[in-house]
Design a protein around this ligand. Structure first.
Ligand code: NAD
Length: 396
C-alpha cells in the first residue's frame, strides 16, 4: 500500500510502518549516545508502552541499561490493505531492534484495565523474568471499563466551576481564535478520575505484589503534568487535574505498600509535548507551539525520549531523584524555568493568527505531530508501496 497521512481534527487515521520504525530507531540512537547505565533497571514492565512517554520509557530502559521489557498497549494491527495504528508499528520496530540487540522483549495487545490482561502479563512475567525491578504506568485513554463492576467510565477535558475562554490553535489551519469550554457537569469529575486517576495503577501493583512479581527495591512511576497558570483552568484545575491529584494519593498509598520490599512509588511530572494524548486537549497545542520555539531557541528543548532518558539515567537510577516539596520528580524543570515561562507568557498575550509563525514553532508542532504517525521522516520514500501487515514478533 502507499500510505499517506489522513488527518481528522487532532488525530491521524493512518500510520506509516517504515516511518514509525525510523522514529523508533532515532529514539534508540538518542539513548545509546548516553552509554549503558550499570545502575539502570534490568527487568521492566511498561503499561502503555506503544507511543508517547511509555514508548520512550521502554526504549530508555532497554537501550540505556539493557533491560528485559514487557510492554502492554491497546493498538490495531495492520492488514495488507489497511493501516495499523502507529503504536502497533512502533512496537513491532522496538521488538525487532531489542531482539537484534540480544534483549528480551515481549508485548501484550489488549485492555490493560482488565483483569484478564493483568493475569496474562503477570503469568508471562513470572515464567520468563521471575520479578521486575521497575513498573512504568503510562496509560492515556478516553475510557475505562471497570474490571469488577463492568461500568464504562469516560474521561473528559473540562474546566471545573466556570466556563473557560482562552486562545486556541487550529493545528490544521494555523488559525488562532478564542474557544469557550463549558464546565464539568454531573459526575464528569468522578468519571475522569475513574479513567485517568490511580485506581488501575494500584490494581496493577496489588496484582504484582500478590504474585510475588516485584523485586526488592522495585520502583514504580506514573506520569503527570502541571504546566503554567494559563493552562490551569483546563489542566491542573480541571477534570484531568483532579485525576492527577488522585494519582498522587495513589502514589502515597503505594509507597506504604512497597515499603516492605524497600520499594518506592513516584509521580514524575513531565514536560508538555506533542503526543496523541496531548493533541486532544484544547488550548494546550498553542502553549506547546509557543514553548517549543522558546525552548529550541534556548537550546533546552527535549522530546519524550530525552525526557525519559533523563528520568531513568539521572533521577530514578542515577541516585538523585530531586523530589519537590510534594515528593514528585520534576523533569518538567526546564519547561518551568522562570526565564522560559516569562517569554512564553509574554508571547501568549501577543499571539494571533498573523504573528503565529514568528512567535511560535507551529511548523515544529505539525512536524512532531506527523512524526508520531511515521510521516515526514528523512530517508523514507513515501511514494513507494509498503507492507502494512507488519507483525509484532512476540504477538501471534
Ligand atoms: P499516548 O497517547 O502517547 O500513550 C498512551 C498509551 O496508553 C499507548 O501506549 C496506548 O496504547 C495505551 N493505552 C491506552 N488505553 C489503553 C488500554 N485500555 N489498555 C492498554 N493500553 C492502553 O499518551 P502520552 O501523552 O504518552 O501519555 C502518557 C502519560 O503521560 C499520561 O498519564 C499523560 O497524562 C502523561 N503526560 C503526558 C504529557 C504530554 O504532554 N503528552 C505531559 C506530562 C504527562
Amino acid at each position: 500500500m502507499i500510505v499517506a497521512p489522513k488527518i481528522r481534527g487532532f488525530i491521524c487515521t493512518t500510520a506509516h510502518p517504515d516511518g514509525c520504525a525510523q522514529h523508533v530507531a532515532e529514539q534508540i540512537a538518542v539513548v545509546k549516545r548516553g552509554g549503558i547505565n550499570p545502575a539502570g533497571p534490568k527487568r521492566v514492565l511498561v503499561i502503555g508502552s506503544s507511543t508517547g512517554y511509555g514508548l520512550s520509557s521502554r526504549i530508555a530502559a532497554a537501550f540505556g541499561s539493557e533491560a528485559a521489557t514487557i510492554g502492554v498497549f491497546f493498538e490495531k494491527p495492520g492488514e495488507p490493505d489497511r493501516c495499523g495504528t502507529a503504536g502497533w508499528y512502533n512496537s513491532a520496530a522496538f521488538e525487532k531492534q531489542a531482539h537484534a540487540a540480544g534483549l528480551y522483549a515481549k508485548s501484550f495487545n489488549g485492555d490493560a484495565y482488565s483483569d484478564a490482561i493483568k493475569q496474562q502479563v503477570i503469568a508471562t512475567l513470572k515464567a520468563d523474568l521471575g520479578q521486575v525491578d521497575c513498573v512504568i504506568y503510562s496509560l492515556a485513554s478516553p475510557r475505562r471499563t471497570h474490571p469488577t463492576t463492568g461500568e464504562v467510565y469516560k474521561s473528559v477535558l473540562k474546566p471545573i466551576g466556570q466556563t473557560y475562554t482562552a486562545k486556541n490553535l487550529n493545528t490544521t489551519t494555523g488559525e488562532v481564535s478564542d474557544i469557550s469550554i463549558e464546565p464539568a457537569q454531573g459526575d464528569d469529575v468522578e468519571q475522569t478520575i475513574a479513567v485517568m486517576g490511580g485506581e488501575d495503577w494500584e490494581m496493577w501493583i496489588d496484582a504484582l505484589i500478590a504474585a510475588d512479581a516485584l523485586a526488592p527495591g522495585v520502583q514504580t512511576v506514573s506520569y503527570s503534568y502541571i504546566g503554567p497558570e494559563v493552562t490551569w483552568p483546563i489542566y491542573k484545575n480541571g477534570t484531568i487535574g483532579r485525576a492527577k491529584e488522585d494519582l498522587e494519593r495513589t502514589q502515597a498509598a503505594l509507597d506504604k505498600k512497597l515499603a516492605a520490599l524497600s520499594g518506592k512509588a513516584w509521580v514524575s511530572v513531565n514536560k508538555a509535548l506533542v503526543t496523541q494524548a496531548s493533541s486532544a486537549i484544547p488550548v494546550v497545542p498553542l502553549y506547546i507551539s509557543l514553548l517549543y520555539k522558546v525552548m529550541k531557541d534556548d537550546g533546552t528543548h527535549e522530546d519524550t525520549i530525552e525526557q525519559m532518558d533523563r528520568l531513568f539515567r539521572d533521577r530514578l537510577f542515577g541516585g538523585d531523584p530531586q523530589p519537590d516539596e510534594a515528593g514528585r520528580i520534576r523533569v518538567d524543570d526546564w519547561e518551568m524555568a522562570p526565564a522560559i515561562q516569562k517569554l512564553v507568557g509574554e508571547r501568549w498575550q501577543e499571539v494571533n493568527t498573523e504573528n503565529l509563525k514568528d512567535l511560535a514553532d507551529f511548523k515544529g508542532y505539525q512536524t512532531s505531530f506527523l512524526r508520531l504517525f511515521g510521516f515526514g521522516l528523512e530517508d523514507i520514500d513515501y511514494s513507494e508501496e509498503t507492507d502494512t501487515a507488519v507483525s509484532v514478533p512476540s504477538i501471534q
